[in-house]
Each structure stands twice: as structure tokens, then as C-alpha cells.
Design a protein around this ligand. Structure first.
Ligand code: SAH
Ligand code: DHB
Ligand code: MG
Length: 229
């Protein structure tokens, strides 16, 4: 191995500039991802909220789905399909993504973006309130091995309970925005979303059915695995 040349990765990024922030530094090491950047652009040009999952957490979703060989993933909150593509990329061959989205126009864009990324036949988009869709999935006896919770924050504890109920043994649960841009840690904030996310964060840390942890980078990400009985 000695003396072997390390091949230089060529892209548009300036490799000499060292970002000051750890998150920006690590981000700068990764090659660009035209597929995901195109999705972000479709969200921007429609004036939709630019709140897709952080690229680093998107890569984590892909990595985790791939490492457990996820066959059935459930996403709560599709927006424009950014995290959907990240999840779909990690699915086992023949694996499927079910995505729950309240707004028909968002669901339509997410479906189109997933199709453009080559996952059109691997995704099932359920439009409407996630609580309703979850009830239906449970009634049908559907189960999943990967969950990504990223919709209305007031319902995080409810979504976590559904995830545990629909989980195959050893399933993984990830949830975005556990810091609520600082509001989670701000004692002056006591609104419903903040209280729900604080409760959700405690459940991840303490529930006997879970092995959980919290990643504090970006806006916070919770991770848990559902213990095998
Ligand atoms: N996971 C996406 C971002 C989701 S943003 C990504 O990273 O690419 C949150 C999404 O949740 C929005 O699209 C919003 O319309 C949706 N949402 C909000 N309340 C909802 C509800 N009650 N049921 C289903 N989806 C909901
Ligand atoms: C915000 C960010 C998110 O990732 C999300 O799912 C919802 C809201 C925000 O920054 O407001
Ligand atoms: Mg989010």
C-alpha cells in the first residue's frame, strides 16, 4: 500500500477552504449530490418551506436503512421527497417506502421526485392526516422495519407510539428536529409543540421498549431501536 497515490476527488468545492464550524467542515468533504440538490430546487421554486432533512442526516437515513436491510420503511411527513429518496436509496432490493403526507400538492411533488430518482414503483404515498393513515395501516396489519418521524411536532409522542406498535422486532426509529431550533432548551417556551417534543425526547431516553439515543448536531435527531421481545 505504501507509495500508492490517493486519487483526488474532483468537484466544484474548494478543498483548500476549511470551514470553521464542525458541521460545515464535515459537509464540505462530501461530493455534491445532484439528485438531492434538484429536489431542494423543486421545493424552492414552488415556494414550499425549505425544511428537508439536513444532508448529513439524510445520509444517515440511507446508511441505517442499508445496514439493517430495510424492506419496509415508513416516513411521516414527505414534503418534497428529499428524505424519501434518502430512505429509498437504503432499502433492500424489492424494499418499499410508505410515505404519509397531509398536503396533496406536497405528496404529488414527493411522488414525482421519487419517480425521477428511479423509485416510482417502490413508494406508496398516503395523503391525509398521518394519524388517520397510521390507524388504517394498523388495521391492515402492516408492519415496518424503519420509521422516520418528521411531521407536525405536537404529535411526535403519538407517532412514536404508533411506530412502536407497527414495528417489526429490532426496527429502527429516527425522528428529526428534536431541538426545535433551540425552543426545546428555552425555558420560556411552553407551547404544545415544545412540550410534545420534550416528552418525546424523554420517552426516547427512558422507555423500556426502546434502546434510544439523541444526536445533538443540526436541529437534533433522535434514534431508537425497538427491543426484540
Ligand atoms: N421529511 C421531509 C420533510 C418533512 S417537513 C424531508 O426531510 O424531506 C414536514 C411535513 O409534514 C410537511 O410536508 C407537512 O405538510 C407534513 N405534515 C404536517 N402535519 C402533518 C400531518 N398531520 N399528517 C401528515 N403530514 C403532515
Ligand atoms: C422545521 C424544520 C424541519 O425539519 C421540520 O420538519 C419542520 C420545521 C423548521 O425549521 O421550522
Ligand atoms: Mg424535519
Amino acid at each position: 500500500m505504501t507509495g500508492r497515490k490517493i486519487r483526488k476527488v474532483k468537484d466544484k468545492r474548494n478543498e483548500d477552504a476549511l470551514p470553521a464550524e464542525p458541521e460545515a467542515y464535515f459537509e464540505s468533504l462530501f461530493p455534491q449530490d445532484p439528485e438531492l440538490e434538484r429536489i431542494a430546487e423543486t421545493i424552492r421554486e414552488r415556494g414550499m418551506p425549505e425544511i428537508s432533512v439536513e444532508p448529513a442526516y439524510g445520509r444517515l437515513l440511507t446508511m441505517l436503512a442499508a445496514s439493517i436491510g430495510a424492506a419496509a420503511a415508513l416516513e411521516i411527513g414527505a414534503l418534497g421527497g428529499y428524505s424519501g429518496v434518502c430512505l429509498a436509496r437504503g432499502l433492500a432490493p424489492g424494499g418499499k417506502l410508505t410515505s404519509l403526507e397531509l398536503k396533496p400538492e406536497y405528496a404529488e411533488l414527493a411522488q414525482a421526485n421519487l419517480a425521477a430518482a428511479g423509485f416510482g414503483d417502490r413508494v406508496e404515498m398516503l395523503v391525509g392526516s398521518a394519524a388517520e393513515s397510521l390507524k388504517k395501516l394498523a388495521a391492515e396489519g402492516r408492519t415496518f422495519d424503519f420509521f422516520f418521524i418528521d411531521a407536525d411536532k405536537e404529535n411526535y409522542p403519538l407517532y412514536l407510539e404508533w411506530a412502536i406498535r407497527l414495528a417489526r422486532p429490532g426496527a429502527l426509529i429516527a425522528a428529526d428536529n428534536t431541538l426545535l431550533r433551540g425552543r426545546t432548551l428555552n425555558p420560556d417556551k411552553t407551547g404544545p409543540a415544545v412540550r410534545a417534543v420534550r416528552e418525546f425526547n424523554r420517552i426516547i431516553a427512558r422507555d423500556e421498549r426502546l434502546i434510544g439515543t439523541h444526536l445533538p448536531s443540526f436541529d437534533g435527531l433522535a434514534l431508537a431501536t425497538v427491543k426484540r421481545a
